[in-house]
Design a protein around this ligand. Structure first.
Ligand SMILES: [Zn+2]
Length: 170
């Protein structure tokens, strides 16, 4: 491969990354709004958000499904944390302070919706290099190195050991 081709490939990767991060943020924001506005379940809210975002942009359905699964994972994990906070009677507003604004609104929404979400949430989910995720701390499953993400981002390899599997805390 020539140097020119390498450069083109790199630019393509970067624009795909930006596109997926942008799509993640649109879907997360709209899903959060729909959950907040109405009595929708997470599945209903995500379906509607996907429909709306599909109409407004040029995304393949594979890309949409992939990014939607990333959004869903972060939303359910956040709901899980929020319901734990309710159970231990921690002030949910204080709890929300460190969380990205879109998700913090979910943390403070109704207890019913939260327990509903939390029941469906899976614990100890695995995060992989190349996936898009919301702000939080990723811990390498191999060497324990931590990456602190301040923005929605595509997950890079571990900066220390270059492995690709992580746990996440919010
Ligand atoms: Zn590592």
């Amino acid at each position: 491969m020539t140097e020119q081709n390498d450069q083109n490939q790199e630019q393509q990767d970067q624009s795909q990354e930006q596109q997926e991060v942008g799509l993640y943020e649109k879907l997360a924001k709209r899903t959060a709004e729909l959950l907040e506005e109405s009595k929708k379940t997470l599945d209903e809210a995500m379906k509607k958000a996907k429909e709306e975002v599909s109409k407004a942009g040029d995304f393949s359905s594979e890309q949409m499904d992939k990014v939607a699964s990333y959004v869903r994972r972060d939303l359910t994990e956040n709901a899980n944390k929020a319901s734990e906070a309710v159970m231990t009677t921690v002030d949910p507003h204080r709890m929300a302070a460190g969380v990205q604004s879109v998700f913090s609104r979910i943390l403070t929404s109704t207890a019913d919706a939260l327990s509903d979400l939390a029941q469906k949430a899976e614990k100890n989910l695995e995060f992989k290099t190349g996936e898009v995720t919301s702000p939080g701390t990723l811990t390498c499953k191999d060497c324990g190195a931590e990456m602190h993400m301040k923005n929605t981002t595509r997950i890079p390899p571990c900066p220390k050991c270059h492995k690709t599997l992580f746990r996440k805390s919010y």
